[in-house]
Design a protein around this ligand. Structure first.
Ligand SMILES: Cc1ncc(COP(=O)(O)O)c(C=O)c1O
Length: 376
């Protein structure tokens, strides 16, 4: 198994930087902001107060209650604390759900462009990932999804807003998906980690809200990393049918034990206080998104307009000369000191991913380097 490709690329950029090269990195998928002050204060208070012993394996009841209320307020779904299990991160919650649901040989559908960790996690859980290609605008091709469902297909992983495309599924698309899941008896693992980072007035729809049937077959995963810029705190959760949350809690109790007590308190503060920093961060991302999209259009790279998350996923196929996006990105890093992620990582080799979780100044510099690299 390969290690996470984005992390490997970030490491090479770091190496060049250490050698004195002025590298601009648009490879990293984490907010470049501090966690809100309420979060930092709660973390310090937790340490000072000594409330840092093991918690229940599924997380503190108060945090699970707060998450349930948060889901009610943000998604309109009525969950109880027992429908929630706190995990060490969203990534860990996804892995836990797959370990619990996937039997050897089960097929799990994923939708290109797909975050590479999904594919690795399905394989680790003993399943077989199947990748379905999207429409030209990077939205879901529901006919192709229907055609990909076979006798061994058990579930589907959804990520809206998407890493890496920023695509946000419409209500109609989500409804069609839940209908398909009902007909074919599939579970939906809905990774909603970017649900609060959206633009142009869009509102992401969770499949769990569509109908009682959809709610019973949907497991929501979310966390603290993106919305509250808490990547290093490592805290996330899943919510869904009690059978699943309880099974994950049992697994967790044997495997990793209770999630970090300090981060649980910090996350609870974030969810309770709705820190104003979140809205300012999203507004800042929006400004960067506009600059990046205008710049990419200026150098002639077709880019589907991302309406969520903090990535753009331009089509660079006209510039590949037969090689794939990995070689393109390696050359871009070595000649222009600009780090971006090859689309091949996400099973769409004609694209690259640029993260705009970096300053306007860096985005401007990156566009200049990319334009020069493409001979524009
Ligand atoms: C689609 C997606 N899901 C989950 C995660 C992981 O979140 P966490 O930091 O909570 O593990 C990421 C992080 O890049 C992501 O892009």
């Amino acid at each position: 198994m390969a290690s996470s490709s984005t992390l490997a690329l970030a490491a090479r950029a770091q190496e060049l930087r250490a050698a004195g090269v002025d590298v601009i990195s648009m490879a990293v998928g984490e907010p470049d902001f501090d966690a809100p002050s309420a979060v930092r204060e709660a973390a310090c208070a937790s340490v000072q107060g000594g409330n840092v012993r093991y918690t229940p394996a599924a997380g503190r009841p108060s945090l699970r209650g707060t998450i349930a209320s948060h889901l009610n307020a943000t998604r309109g779904i009525d969950y109880e604390p027992d429908d929630v299990c706190v995990c060490h991160s969203a990534k860990h919650a996804l892995a836990n759900v797959l370990w619990v649901l996937v039997e050897p040989g089960d097929e799990v559908l994923t939708l290109a462009p797909v975050w590479d960790s999904y594919l690795a996690q399905i394989v680790i859980a003993g399943g077989e990932p199947r990748v379905v290609q999207p429409r030209a605008d990077l939205g879901p091709d529901l006919d192709a999804i229907a055609r990909a469902i076979g006798p061994r297909t058990r579930g589907l992983m959804l990520n809206s807003p998407s890493n890496p495309s920023g695509y946000v599924w419409s209500r109609e698309e989500i409804e069609q998906l839940t209908q398909l899941a009902h007909e074919k008896d599939l579970w939906i693992l809905s990774d909603e980690i970017y649900a609060r980072i959206v633009y142009d007035g869009v509102r992401p729809v969770s499949p769990a809200t569509i109908s009682p049937d959809a709610r019973e077959r949907t497991i929501i995963v979310d966390g603290s990393s993106k919305t509250f810029a808490m990547t290093g705190y490592r805290i996330g959760y899943l919510a869904g049918p009690r059978e699943v949350t309880r099974a994950v809690a049992r697994l967790q109790s044997q495997f990793t034990g209770s999630p970090n007590a300090i981060s649980q308190e910090a996350f609870e503060a974030a969810l309770r206080e709705e820190p104003p920093e979140v809205a300012s961060m999203v507004a800042e991302f929006d400004q960067r998104r506009e600059l990046l999209l205008a710049g990419l259009a200026g150098i002639g790279l077709p880019t589907a307009r991302p309406r969520g998350a903090f990535y753009a996923f331009p089509d660079v196929s006209a510039h590949l000369d037969g090689d794939d996006s990995r070689t393109f990105c390696e050359r871009l890093l070595e000649t222009e000191a600009l780090a971006v992620v090859p689309g091949a990582v996400f099973r769409m080799g004609g694209h690259v991913r640029l993260s705009y979780a970096t300053s306007l100044e860096h985005i401007g510099g990156a566009l200049e380097r990319l334009g020069r690299f493409l001979g524009k």
